[in-house]
Design a protein around this ligand. Structure first.
Ligand SMILES: Cc1cc2nc3c(=O)[nH]c(=O)nc-3n(C[C@H](O)[C@H](O)[C@H](O)COP(=O)(O)OP(=O)(O)OC[C@H]3O[C@@H](n4cnc5c(N)ncnc54)[C@H](O)[C@@H]3O)c2cc1C
Length: 378
């Protein structure tokens, strides 16, 4: 019992324990709290400290793996309609995303992609010709022949988006505890007991969304999930006059880049590097960064003399099929996962949180997301 005048200790019992305060943890906490669930979220550092706070902020349905498309389209809807993701510096901006074809071969690849999507009932990626590309990106190099275009995609400032979700989740009653690394997990009498250095939290359901570290936590639950850590790099240039609106990628060369309102250009696009999950370190590979910069100058030759001012890296959890893992454990009751986002999980955060909240509260979920279930690896 607290003494007179002392605040009551926070309750350690809840309905759902969420582990990980990245975009997937905070979005899940928000949607679960909205459904009246008592949520305690445990984050080792600060929310948004890892991939969700340092990524390129690309909000992309374009070029998704087939199994991810329904979740990505549902997320696109949420990015455009959730009020608290709009109206501040760094909020979601709907600039569109474009993937350019640099050769006839690239054009064929894009055409086949469009036909494949149409055969599956997806029509969000539009094939556009040389002239239409120039209407959207007037500064593009002459060799570009066409592109795929999604006008409803865009980008956002990732750290601020994580904070926005965390704030809303707290407002709805979610108890978000930072500096609370999970050390052990046990199951007793159908209840999860999750220990941090000074508390034991109990809950009926457990959601693991700990990015590159999810497999370690799954092992503590007596389960296994095939997620491995991978490193990703980004670099940013000096400020320059505004020359491009959409986020731009290439078809046969790994590239994604965007220009922020302040004039800087962020360059990435699944630029992988060596990573060590133990030390939370991903080693910058300057020769790969150089190759990426060359693709940018091929597409925009006038950027040849622009300086790169900073490069950084982060870790993400990779699934063997490079496709998100979202849903219940195949072997343990009341254990759920959101992980394995393999370099493109930021955009999926809102819909993944909403979908998990539906699943965990017994609502009939959208069967279109079944391709993401952990059971595919069982
Ligand atoms: C450089 C880079 C660029 C990227 N660009 C894009 C992009 O443009 N668009 C896109 O869609 N995606 C992008 N991604 C991928 C995207 O950032 C990730 O897929 C996504 O953020 C994963 O979110 P998460 O919540 O699953 O994991 P994370 O953000 O990694 O969060 C997991 C959290 O779990 C916590 N945690 C771990 N272990 C414990 C423990 N024992 N106890 C408590 N907490 C723990 C960590 O501290 C961390 O905060 C990029 C990633 C990187 C690294």
């Amino acid at each position: 019992m607290p003494g007179p005048g002392q605040p009551a200790a926070p309750a350690d019992e809840c309905d759902v324990i969420v582990v990980g305060g990245g975009i997937h943890g905070v979005a899940s906490a928000y949607f679960l709290a909205q459904k009246g669930q008592r949520v305690i979220l445990l984050e080792r550092d600060d929310c948004g400290h890892c991939a969700s706070g340092v990524n390129a902020g690309g909000v992309r349905t374009l070029g998704r793996k087939l199994a991810e498309i329904p979740l990505s389209l549902a997320s696109s809807q949420l990015w455009r309609t959730l009020d608290f993701l709009h109206g501040f510096d760094g909020a979601f901006v709907q600039t569109g995303q474009i993937k350019v074809a640099e050769s006839e071969k690239d054009m064929l690849v894009l055409q086949e992609r469009c036909e494949l999507l149409a055969a599956r009932g997806f029509h969000h990626e539009k094939l556009i010709d040389r002239q239409q590309v120039r209407e959207i990106v007037p500064a593009i190099a002459p060799h570009v022949q066409g592109a795929l275009w999604v006008s409803t995609d865009g980008f956002a400032f990732p750290y601020l988006i994580v904070q926005a979700f965390a704030r809303q989740a707290r407002r709805l009653g979610a108890d978000i505890r930072e500096q609370s690394a999970v050390q052990s997990i046990k199951r007793k009498d159908k209840t999860w007991h999750v220990s941090t250095k000074d508390r034991i939290i109990t809950g009926e359901m457990l959601l693991l969304c700990a990015g590159a570290w999810t497999a370690d936590l799954a092992r503590l639950c007596g389960d296994s999930i095939p997620v491995t850590a991978g490193g990703l790099m980004l670099m940013v240039t000096q400020r320059m006059p505004h020359f491009i609106n959409p986020v731009l990628g290439a078809t046969s060369r790994g590239l994604s880049f965007k220009q922020f309102a302040n004039g800087t250009v962020v360059i990435g696009g699944a630029l992988e590097c060596e990573a060590d999950a133990q030390t939370n370190h991903a080693e910058l590979d300057f020769s790969r960064l150089g190759n990426s910069a060359r693709i940018v100058t091929d597409l925009f030759p006038f950027l040849n003399n622009i300086s790169v001012t900073r490069a950084w890296s982060g870790l993400d959890g990779y699934a063997p099929d490079h496709t998100a893992i979202v849903g219940p454990s195949a072997s343990q009751d009341n254990l759920y996962y959101a992980c394995g986002f393999s370099a493109s999980g930021f955009q999926l955060g809102p819909a993944s949180g909403q979908y998990l909240a539906q699943l965990m509260t017994g609502e009939t979920p959208d069967p279109a997301h079944q391709g993401l279930l952990p059971a595919r690896f069982a």
